[in-house]
Design a protein around this ligand. Structure first.
Ligand code: C2E
Ligand code: CA
Ligand code: CA
Length: 558
């Protein structure tokens, strides 16, 4: 027996020598008391040999694993089986480290283990990368909130819990109301900081069991779980939470010494095991857009009728895509009359002759074109059609003096290739640029004002003139008047209509006219419908008029 033991120990010695190079090795007696360790064990655990010998492995227990984990381990090795697994240990200085561990029992004659040899490899780095990868895969790096992927898992889990008799769930889709402006105005650092603060405030305003996820950009999704089992009561609960969140964010934040607004529009939809996830997302999204269109900083609950509206809009969008090909757009022309009563030019106004719905007003489809980017294509068509008209007028002495104004959408004008596309069109069609007006609205200049002014100046070098449209409806009109190189100001109908009935409107209109005169900018009054209005405006120094009094927009003028 002694010989056998000696042999065993010799084998063990050889094994240890080979392993010492690469592995963390420890040998314990049958009770688990450490009787041998190698240098690597000391290095990783940061305990000295003296501190470790005679101790059990409890000295490096990190508390990470539950009690049952070690019970199972002991069960395995004490019955003579090899145990393999990954263990998280704690070094003397408190730092955690991970080791891939194999424990071999050394079996004696009595068939029970005499010793245990534990061989470990340091896998701390791998564990750390795994953790980081998991964090990256499931959490948004900016806010540390769950990302779309984790949200999807939580939604699936929530549906499952609900189906097993849990309460109703709700999905809340939040979209910041002015995030783009905040980013443009304060810069991206403040924008990022704002998102982090919002993430915190959202988390503070829901229960720990609810999920707040970053859905992308400035969109967040909140999943409320375990609401009442009665859908009606649950409906009230979700609206209450949504409104609490809305008002918590409506107060804004102080960032870099300034008040930054953080109001949100929230779409709410009930969610349970019967709702496919994509369906719930769509519903919450539709409700959120409804909240936006009701003026933002609102909460809206999804209703099936909203879907009908959205589908109608999608249909209209599809129709719009074909409208150019089918030649359904028309330009109408409305005269602009000088103070002496002669027609000095026209404004081109687009119309859509829908095959089933009839004539559709631009107010109903221009926003759709802008949202979808289709305005670029349609805008080019408008410009070309208008230029063809100008080229035609140029050939006739009777009409060559006429000007033609086209409306240019902010989206169109913001495009970097706008100037070159105008140059190309002018050249191809051979129209006189001196007779062309471009009408821009104030909202064109909310961003990159300097660059856009340069753009205007380049076009002015070609001979094109510029009018500021709908003047008086924006909010910073006066500063624009000073900085933009304008030829004409078009006073909005909302000021023109009441000039003869409301003294305040009359006074404002007169002031605008006087100001434009001083700044050497010509004026056109829009929406003139009565002789009285025209008389008042003429007397106040207005240069030109446009409105039903002088002529409605018409299909074929000249
Ligand atoms: P806008 O540029 O302010 O055009 C003037 C609008 O006032 C036109 O509406 C015109 O029909 C209407 N109007 C003219 N005189 C009177 C009047 O005496 N009384 C009343 N009540 N209304 C009058 P329309 O044609 O429906 O166009 C609406 C808006 O759609 C335009 O407002 C313009 O912003 C946009 N738009 C029209 N055509 C185009 C286009 O080719 N491109 C772009 N980007 N926008 C366009
Ligand atoms: Ca206009
Ligand atoms: Ca206008």
């Amino acid at each position: 027996m002694l010989k056998k033991l000696k042999e065993t120990q010799k084998e063990l010695q050889d094994l240890k020598a080979a392993l010492n190079e690469h592995a963390i090795v420890a040998v314990t007696d049958s009770q688990g008391n450490i009787i041998q360790i190698n240098e690597k064990f000391c290095q990783i655990s940061k305990y000295s040999r003296e501190e470790l010998l005679g101790q059990t492995h409890r000295i490096i227990n990190s508390g990470y694993h539950p009690k049952e984990f070690f019970e199972k381990l002991w069960q395995t090795i004490s019955s003579g089986e090899v145990w393999k697994g990954e263990i998280c240990n704690r070094a003397k200085d408190g730092e955690l480290y991970w080791v891939a561990t194999t424990i071999y029992p050394v079996i004696g004659d009595q068939k029970s283990p005499l010793q245990y040899v534990a061989i470990r490899a340091d896998i701390t780095q791998r564990k750390r990368s795994e953790k980081e990868a998991k964090q990256m895969a499931f959490y948004d790096p900016l806010t540390n909130l769950p990302n779309r992927r984790l949200l999807k898992e939580r939604l699936e889990q929530a549906a499952l819990t609900q189906s097993k008799g849990g309460g109703e769930c709700a999905m809340l889709m939040l979209d910041l109301d002015n995030f783009k402006e905040t980013n443009d105005f304060f810069g991206h650092n403040i924008g990022d900081e704002l998102l982090r603060l919002i993430a915190d405030r959202l988390t503070q305003n829901v229960r720990g069991t609810d999920t707040v996820a970053r859905f992308g950009g400035d969109e967040f999704i909140i999943l409320l779980e375990n609401l009442d089992t009665d859908p009606e009561v649950a409906g009230q609960q979700m609206m209450k939470v949504a409104d609490k969140i809305r008002s918590a964010l409506a107060t804004g934040f102080f960032l870099a010494g300034r008040h930054v607004s953080s109001s949100v529009s929230i779409g709410v939809t009930p969610f349970n095991a019967k709702t496919p996830i994509y369906e719930a997302l769509k519903q919450a999204d539709i409700a959120m857009y409804q909240a936006k269109s009701l003026g933002r900083d609102q909460v809206c609950l999804f209703k099936p009728a909203m879907l009908v509206e959205v589908e109608a809009q999608a249909q209209r969008m599809a129709d719009l895509r074909h409208a150019i090909l089918r030649d359904e757009f028309k330009l109408f022309y409305q005269p602009i009359v000088s103070s002496t009563g002669t027609i000095q030019g026209y404004e081109a106004l687009i119309r859509w002759q829908h095959p089933e719905l009839g004539m559709i007003s631009p107010a109903d489809f221009i926003p759709l074109l802008e949202q979808s980017g289709l305005i670029m294509v349609v805008g080019r068509w408008v410009l070309k059609t208008a230029l063809k008209k100008l080229a035609l007028w140029a050939q006739d002495p009777e009409t060559q003096h006429l000007t033609l104004a086209v409306n240019i959408s902010a989206v169109q004008f913001a495009n970097d290739r706008f100037v070159s596309s105008v140059e190309t069109a002018l050249e191809a069609i051979g129209a006189p640029p001196s007779q062309l007006f471009m009408e821009l609205t104030e909202n064109t200049f909310h961003h990159n004002t300097k660059q856009l002014i340069e753009r205007i100046n380049r076009l002015k070098l070609l001979g094109i003139r510029f009018a500021l449209d709908d003047f008086g409806t924006g909010y910073s009109s006066l500063s624009y008047l000073k900085s933009l190189p304008l030829d004409t100001l078009k006073i909005d109908r909302s000021f023109v209509t009441p000039v003869t009935t409301d003294p305040k409107s009359a006074a404002i209109t007169q002031t605008i006219l006087a100001l434009a005169h001083i700044l050497n900018i010509k004026t056109v009054a829009e929406g003139v419908e009565t002789v009285e209005q025209a008389e008042f405006l003429r007397a106040s120094g207005c240069d030109a008029f446009q409105g039903y009094l002088f002529g409605k927009p018409q299909a074929n003028t000249l």
